[in-house]
Design a binder for this molecule. Structure first.
Ligand code: FAD
Length: 459
């Protein structure tokens, strides 16, 4: 018996239920990745993610070779390529991870039909990209939880699956032809500070972060400047590409225990929460989850404000530092994501979809469920139970960047300013102000707040 394992957003060999099942049930396994232009058309093909993907594929190929296999790479329509490989190798079964997006589910359905028409079977495995598969924890009478806390309680109470070991050795059939693997060097326009991708790197980071920073996580996860150590895990891109199993991340954190582990596990639950919302409401990738709450400006001034926000030139140092970190690293600290998104949607009153698009253009972890639904959460159109809260970027900076290190790091033009002045450079006067080539605020915060309230009272 021969089995094909179709890798998608699960680029690892450890805790990989489809690979494990294929290895256990078949005599030989064909590990396959298909570069499908339909994924690009769906907005995936951003340089940072393509570069990170190339790293992940190279690392997966190395791990498979160490076990006697190798990754077969193809380009084209996934369904057509899988069927072709199955025919060429005489495989009678195909294993894949079930995905939460409408795109993944439609692909799975088409693949199942095409394989069955050919007399072959598709096995779609749950619980690969999430700890709890979407829909498995649901309130009575509804397909999904719309509020995080009750979801988290049920989620945390479920017995956890034990992570699966990677297969020690793989037997491959006479190999089908493979396209060359992509390389990071071949991707133009990648952020200079983008992290290296791949499962090996993910596992190294998980180990060292758990031993060094987990205990400090509860207290320090909102601190913006993480150069002093004890920052957040920065595991999100690895989780996005499946180079790290969320089941394993939860398992290892829980094994260490303590308040830091609980806080970290709770944060990982947010991924599952958004996935189950998106699985139940696939339209929320574009449409407002709660319609009727969004009030957005448009026109020339709105366009100008959007450009300034994207470029990190709004005149609010915390907002601008976040946007520059995003451009430089393809990653942004969660607190900065909250502040930059709140500023766009609630102070500038610009549509969350424009902000989400820009994030997806740059984030290595850019993810339909997490990105679109976090944006909606901040914009007040999503699942936040306090949709009218507006974050004040100056107070947030005073609290989470008290000495201004994060602002100075990402805004070299303010490098000479200490806190508290670095949080409010517009308060400088005369020659002091003229010494800094940094814009004045796009809009005073009080005016932004008044505009937000007026728009929402009218709505
Ligand atoms: P840690 O603090 O170490 O947390 C551990 C893991 O928990 C993360 O890697 C991530 O997988 C998960 N997690 C943490 N917070 C959240 C959250 N709010 N929602 C979902 N999962 C979470 N995360 C993405 O993975 N992809 C996105 O496209 C994305 N877009 C976002 C857009 C906005 C506007 C906001 C406010 C948040 C977004 N997030 C997104 C969530 C969060 O900001 C990142 O997951 C986090 O900053 C990643 O850094 P970390 O790995 O160091 O997180």
């Amino acid at each position: 018996r021969i089995a094909v394992v179709l890798f998608t957003a699960d680029l690892r060999v450890h805790d990989h239920p489809p690979l494990r099942a294929a290895h256990d049930s078949a005599d030989a396994v064909v590990p396959l990745f298909v570069r499908d232009p339909a994924v690009d058309r769906a907005g995936f093909a951003a340089p940072n993610r393509l570069a990170f993907l190339a790293d992940c594929l190279a690392d997966l190929d190395r791990s498979l070779r160490e076990r006697g296999g190798r990754l077969v790479m193809r380009s084209g329509d996934t369904v057509a390529e899988v069927c072709r490989i199955a025919r060429q190798t005489g495989a009678d079964e195909v294993h894949v991870s079930a995905g939460p997006t409408a795109f993944a589910r439609a692909r799975e359905l088409r693949l199942r039909r095409a394989l069955e028409a050919d007399g072959r079977r598709l096995y779609a495995h749950d619980g690969v990209g999430s700890v709890v598969p979407p829909g498995e924890v649901a309130p009575q009478g509804s397909g999904h939880y719309a509020v995080f806390t009750p979801y988290f309680r049920r989620w945390a109470d479920r017995p956890a699956r034990t992570p699966l070991a990677a297969p020690r050795a793989l037997r491959v059939p006479p190999e089908p032809r493979s396209d060359p693997l992509p390389s990071r060097a071949g991707v133009p326009g990648v952020s200079a500070g983008l992290a290296a991708g791949g499962e090996t790197e993910a596992r190294r980071r998980l180990r060292s972060w758990l031993s060094r920073s987990l205990d400090a996580y509860e207290e320090r996860h909102d601190v913006l400047d993480d150069r002093a150590g004890h920052g957040t895990s920065r595991l999100s891109p690895y989780l996005h590409f499946g180079a790290l199993s969320p089941v394993e991340a939860v398992h290892r954190a829980r094994a260490r225990g303590g308040a830091g582990a609980e806080a970290f596990v709770r944060q990982l639950c947010w991924r599952d929460f958004h996935q189950q919302v998106l699985a139940a409401r696939p339209d929320a990738a574009r449409a407002d989850y709660r319609p009727g709450r969004g009030v957005w400006r448009s026109g020339r001034e709105a366009e100008r404000d959007l450009r300034a926000w994207r470029a990190g030139r709004t005149g609010y140092p915390l907002v601008d530092a976040g946007m520059r970190q995003l451009a430089h690293e393809g990653w942004m600290h969660n607190r900065a994501r909250l502040v930059t998104a709140s500023f766009l949607t609630k102070t500038l009153l610009l549509d969350w979809r424009d902000g989400a698009r820009h994030f997806l253009d740059l984030l290595a972890d850019g993810d339909v469920a997490n990105n679109q639904l976090n944006w909606q959460w901040v914009a007040g159109t999503g699942t936040d139970t306090r949709p009218n809260r507006v974050l004040n970027p100056v107070r947030q900076a005073q609290r989470y960047d008290p000495d201004g290190a994060y602002a100075r790091r990402w805004l070299p033009e303010l490098a000479g300013l200490a806190a508290p002045a670095v949080h409010e450079p517009w308060r400088l006067t005369g020659l002091d102000r003229a010494a800094y080539d940094y814009p004045d605020p796009l809009v005073p915060l009080a005016d932004g707040l008044a505009r937000f309230r007026a728009a929402h009272d009218a709505a």
